[in-house]
Design a protein around this ligand. Structure first.
Ligand code: DP6
Length: 337
């Protein structure tokens, strides 16, 4: 069998994608930091055949992933018209612990998309733009995965002030003050369990949601303001937009039918402690949240020592088994073989 290997990172949204319409198109624009430590490495082995797929996760056969991969291959037929004439083995592993509650769909789908792009290239099929097509494919697997293709930041979804932005694939975003390239993301693992709300169910909650129209509009306004904060190196404006986006995401969930609370009591304790620490010390430490209880702490590398001491002394106690992961803004995917 021939093979190709890509390592692709996870990403953390600053303006959140929450709500979509078929097929995998975003209801609003979003923009994210590309991460560096949290990543998926996928080796795709292939030989001529009939479209058979076998998946291995951390070396063990994992048939539970097959339905998602088959849906992905159906949706990406136009991009990868060759997949029915080849047999594949997908060998995938994550840098972060399986039970950490860190979603692997963005890094996993982007790594698989990049592997398939390399197969497409090896087969001599015309490619217009390697990363745009990889991002479009990743989007068809997982919306947020479209943003894992470029560092240090990526934007997905048509937005009036984001050059090149569109709903089909994400674009790299670089118009940022250098301080943001040094940003750290320390992920406090408040709850390691599987997600209470799958992303599919989560996005559906925005269909017919009483605040949907206002929320989608707000994402546009917030992204415009965030782009200004990013280019001016305005940490305070950055922090208040990012924290507001995180709380709005959770507010949408609380106000939907059915309703969910995905924060854990310790999530709130962390948020309160971060606010108090910022007020007392002036450290530019901000939080964001995913659709779960874990807290992402965002801060410049210049404040790493003071923040890590604060985490050790005051926040670790709110983490499950005292665990947290140290990550930082990264450069995007890497071809390994
Ligand atoms: C809260 O990308 O996981 O992390 O498109 O159904 O795979 P699917 O959803 P997914 O949703 C991510 C939602 C979010 C916000 C974000 O990353 O923008």
């Amino acid at each position: 069998m021939k093979e190709v290997t890509w390592k692709s990172p996870s990403n953390i949204a600053l303006v959140k994608y929450w709500g979509k319409y078929p097929v995998q198109l975003p209801a609003n624009p979003s923009i994210s930091f590309t991460l560096s430590a949290a990543a998926t490495t996928t080796t795709l082995k292939y030989k001529q055949g009939t479209g058979q797929v076998v998946v291995f996760l951390e070396g063990e056969e994992a048939p539970s992933f097959l339905p998602k991969i088959h849906t992905f291959l159906e949706r990406t037929q136009k991009l990868f018209p060759f997949t029915r004439e080849w047999d594949f083995e997908v060998h995938t592993s994550n840098s972060f612990p399986h039970s950490s509650g860190i979603a692997s769909s963005a890094s996993g789908m982007s790594a698989l998309s990049l592997c398939l792009m390399s197969v497409k290239e090896a087969l001599g099929i015309t490619i217009t733009d390697f990363f745009e097509e990889a991002s479009e494919a990743a989007r068809l697997g997982s919306g947020s995965g479209s943003r894992s293709l470029y560092g240090p930041m990526a934007a997905w979804g048509t937005h009036e002030n984001t050059p090149g932005s569109n709903d089909r694939f994400a674009v790299a975003y670089n118009h940022i003050d250098p301080i943001f390239k040094s940003f750290q993301d320390t992920i406090l693992l408040v709850d390691k369990g599987t997600k209470k709300v799958s992303s599919t169910v989560g996005h559906q909650l925005m269909e017919g949601h009483p605040y949907a129209a206002a929320r989608f509009q707000q994402a546009h306004t917030n992204q415009t303001a965030l782009l200004t904060a990013l280019s001016e190196g305005d940490l305070e404006a950055f922090g208040s937009l990012v924290e507001s986006e995180a709380l709005t995401l959770h507010a949408m969930m609380m106000a939907s039918t059915p309703y969910f609370i995905l924060m854990h009591p310790n999530t709130l304790k962390v948020i309160e402690a971060v606010w108090a620490f910022r007020k007392e010390t002036g450290t530019p430490l901000y939080f964001t949240l995913d659709a779960g209880a874990n807290v992402h702490l965002l801060y410049p590398a210049s404040h790493k020592d003071v923040t890590l001491s604060f985490i050790e002394e005051h926040l670790k106690t709110f983490c499950k088994d005292g665990s947290y992961l140290c990550d930082a803004v990264g450069a995007g995917p890497e071809k390994i073989g």
